[in-house]
Every structure is written in structure tokens, then in C-alpha cells.
Write a protein that binds this ligand. Structure first.
Ligand SMILES: Cc1cc2nc3c(=O)[nH]c(=O)nc-3n(C[C@H](O)[C@H](O)[C@H](O)COP(=O)(O)OP(=O)(O)OC[C@H]3O[C@@H](n4cnc5c(N)ncnc54)[C@H](O)[C@@H]3O)c2cc1C
Length: 394
């Protein structure tokens, strides 16, 4: 049996990665370094679409490890945002309970607690620029795949089709590939975010901007949260979080394009919160997006197939916990290694081992996230958060 090992499982195989998020692009890069024939099918029309979402911190043992293995650490160092990782934890009045600005960042990529921040756009650019030309097929909204002899036919919304020997679903929370791997669906966490972005925060939200100081804020009180982060383009991202009904957005009757209507709701729902937060509703151009938070059940499992699997949110969506991008990139690293390291007899074994490790990581992460949501949305949320920061090594 041992003699059979060392075989190249992806030789002469075409690999279709569905979704060009951080997980899918990292996988494409890592596989191309091993000579694989890879295409990434991405729904976005082109690479210049502005990416929503706050900055991300990459972690030593996952996101940064994948970046380093992908040979992209120098590009990352040129694009990360020093000091953007500095957190302030405040109460509903903006009183500071924990302040990272009081300490020096180590800036040391060898320090496992150093978690450098990068905007989603530059991270995507680094990964895209590392790929061979024409790897990403833009404007490719996949609606389905069909199992054909020894492979897959990929069906696009525009009627096009493509073929591949192996399909990897990296298409995020509402994956179209997931149903071909498992019928298990995400469940609502009980918490909803109202997400927004404000251009030029220095001008439009001056009080919040000076409290933010180019970093991040977690404001907590009354079993509610407000997360804010400064982005490289001078804008400010924010997530208002609270426990509510899964269908709150539809039932609320709010027009989320109308900042005044959202403000009226905020004043009522967050009634003990200071007026400084009202700056978030001044700009009528701000579009608010309600995002009920979902997660996969911790006991999810499925039978491995030999030519299709999932990674990132498509595989193990969880409510935001600061790990999502890192987990997706670590999946990409582990999957690419299993497919190319010559340790497995066949694709099914390689994928089975990857999925086993991925499930084990997910079970741990799911527990941490559940505990996290429990305390964040409890009356003692602020107190527990501050304690946690004080327990971290300096
Ligand atoms: C409000 C919020 C805040 C978050 N904050 C953080 C954070 O601070 N740190 C962190 O690590 N994580 C955070 N996350 C989680 C993080 O965004 C995800 O875990 C991460 O992006 C998952 O990466 P992915 O590559 O698996 O999927 P995604 O990033 O979702 O990428 C999927 C890609 O697939 C494409 N796609 C989707 N459907 C199709 C289709 N049908 N056909 C073709 N292409 C398709 C999409 O356009 C996208 O490019 C947050 C999530 C949310 C909702």
C-alpha cells in the first residue's frame, strides 16, 4: 500500500473553485503553486467591485500561516494597516474601559498574539494578483452543479455551462454548492446585525472618529453591542447588534435606505445610549443592511465524496467571531496540502482527512462562538469583555 503513496492526485484534473472570497482565492493560489489546473468562478462582475465589511485581522496559526505558505507575506506586509488592530472597549456613553492605544503594538509577525489588520479589498487584491492570468472567471453566478460521469457540469445564471473534475464550494454563507454535499442548513443565532458604512468619517462622524482613533471600538451595554472600525479609505464600518426575531427586518416596516427611519428605531431600541452615536444616522446616503446571524449546527457531518467538498463559510458558517476569514484560509491551506502532499491513496481519502480536521476545528469554534454570543448579549457583556482583554498577554 505504502508504495502507492506519493501519487499526484490532481494531475490532469480540472478544479473549479466556486467563489472568489478569501477562502477560494487562497486555495487557488496554493494549488497553482503546486501546478494545478484551477478556475475560480466568481459572481461579482469584476475585481473593482467595492468590498463591504470591516477590516480583518489575520491570525498567526491560520490566516497568516496560509499567506506565508502562499508566498505572499511580503505583499501582506506592504498592505496591512499598523495600529488598526487597536481596540477600545466602551460603554453606551463612550466611556473607555479598555484601551489598546495605551500600549505599543509589537508589529512582530513572529509573535503569535500579533494580529495585523487589513481591509478586505487589499487582501483580495494581493490574492488576485498572485494568480495566473484568466484564473478568475468574473460575472459567473453559479446556480447549480450537475453530477456527470466522473465530474461536474457547472450551471451559471446566464445560461453558460462549464465542466470540472473536482468542485470546491467556497461560495460563502448561502452556498449553492452546499446542497450537493449536505442537506444540513444554517440556523438562526438569535442575534441580528444592522450593518452600515459612512464615507469620510472624519467629516461626517467627528466625535466617533476621534474616539475610534483609526482602530476599532466595541461599545456594549443593555445586552446590546455596537462595533465600529476605521477603514483605509477614511470610511467607517459599523454593526449594531442585538437579540431579536429572525424576521425582524421585514416585520419592522423600516425603509433601510432612510437613515431617519433607522435613527427613530435606534433611539427607541438603544434608548439609554449617548447622543454621540446619533452621528451614525446623519448621512442620508448611508444604506443600512439588516443581517440576521446564522451558524451551522455543531454536530453537522456528511459523507465524504471523491470530487466535491466545501470550505470557509459554505462549510462552517458561524456568527462573526473574528475567525471567519482565518478559518476559511486555513481550510484552503489544509485542503491544498491534502490534495498535493502525496500522502493519500486517492482523492476521497484526501478529502475525508481534510473534512475530519475541518469538523474538529469547527466544533471547538462553534462552542467558543456560542459562549461569546451568550455573554455579549447579556447584561454583564461589558464586564466580561473587559476582563477578557485584561487576561490577554501584554
Ligand atoms: C457582519 C460580519 C462581520 C464579520 N467580521 C469578520 C471579522 O472581523 N473577521 C473575520 O475573520 N471574519 C469576519 N466575518 C466573517 C467573514 O466575512 C467570513 O467568515 C469570510 O468572508 C468567509 O470567507 P469565504 O471565502 O468562505 O466566503 P466569502 O467571503 O463569503 O466569499 C464567498 C465568495 O463567493 C461568491 N459567491 C457567492 N455566491 C456565489 C455564486 N452563487 N456563484 C459564484 N460566486 C458566488 C461571493 O461573491 C464571494 O466573493 C464577518 C462576517 C459578517 C457577516
Amino acid at each position: 500500500m505504502e508504495a502507492l503513496k506519493g501519487i499526484n492526485l490532481i494531475e490532469n484534473k480540472s478544479i473549479a473553485i466556486i467563489g472568489g472570497g478569501p477562502g477560494g482565492l487562497t486555495l487557488a493560489r496554493l494549488l497553482q503553486l503546486k501546478g494545478a489546473n484551477v478556475k475560480v468562478y466568481e459572481r461579482d462582475e469584476n475585481r473593482h467591485i467595492r468590498l463591504q465589511g470591516a477590516t480583518l485581522d489575520l491570525h498567526f496559526e491560520s490566516g497568516l500561516k496560509a499567506i506565508e505558505t502562499a508566498g505572499l507575506l511580503n505583499a501582506f506586509k506592504e498592505n496591512y494597516r499598523p495600529d488598526n488592530d487597536k481596540y477600545r472597549v466602551v460603554d453606551q456613553n463612550g466611556i473607555i474601559f479598555h484601551d489598546d492605544h495605551l500600549k505599543e503594538s509589537t508589529g512582530d509577525f513572529g509573535d503569535e498574539w500579533f494580529r495585523p489588520e487589513i481591509d478586505r479589498g487589499p487582501l483580495r487584491d494581493i490574492l488576485l494578483d498572485s494568480l495566473e492570468p484568466e484564473t478568475v472567471v468574473w460575472d459567473s453566478h453559479i446556480v447549480s452543479v450537475e453530477n456527470i460521469e466522473n465530474g461536474w457540469q457547472i450551471v451559471f445564471q446566464n445560461g453558460n455551462i462549464a465542466n470540472a473534475d473536482i468542485v470546491i464550494g467556497a461560495d460563502g454563507a448561502n452556498s449553492k454548492i452546499r446542497p450537493f454535499v449536505t442537506p444540513i442548513k444554517p440556523v438562526y443565532s438569535g442575534v441580528t446585525y444592522l450593518v452600515g458604512n459612512i464615507e469620510n468619517s472624519e467629516k461626517n462622524t467627528p466625535q466617533i472618529n476621534s474616539l475610534l482613533k483609526g482602530g476599532k471600538i466595541s461599545a456594549m451595554a443593555d445586552s446590546k453591542t455596537l462595533f465600529l472600525s476605521a477603514k483605509g479609505d477614511g470610511s467607517l464600518d459599523f454593526y449594531i447588534g442585538w437579540k431579536t426575531d429572525e424576521n425582524w427586518a421585514a416585520k419592522s416596516g423600516i425603509d433601510f435606505k432612510n437613515a431617519k427611519q433607522v435613527q427613530t428605531w435606534f433611539k427607541e431600541e438603544f434608548k439609554n445610549w449617548s447622543n454621540i452615536w446619533q452621528e451614525l444616522f446623519k448621512e442620508n446616503e448611508t444604506t443600512f443592511v439588516p443581517r440576521p446571524l446564522y451558524g451551522m449546527p455543531s454536530d453537522q457531518n456528511w459523507e465524504t465524496q471523491s470530487n466535491i467538498t466545501l470550505l470557509g463559510d459554505a462549510a462552517h458558517l458561524l456568527p462573526p467571531n473574528g475567525e471567519g476569514v482565518n478559518a476559511a484560509m486555513l481550510d484552503a491551506l489544509e485542503l491544498s496540502e491534502n490534495l498535493t502532499n502525496g500522502k493519500f491513496l486517492n482523492l476521497k481519502e484526501a478529502i475525508a482527512d481534510y473534512e475530519k480536521e475541518m469538523f474538529e476545528r469547527f466544533v471547538k469554534e462553534e462552542k467558543v462562538t456560542e459562549d461569546f454570543l451568550d455573554f455579549m448579549y447579556s447584561p454583564k457583556g461589558l464586564e466580561i469583555m473587559v476582563e477578557m482583554f485584561h487576561e490577554l498577554p501584554n
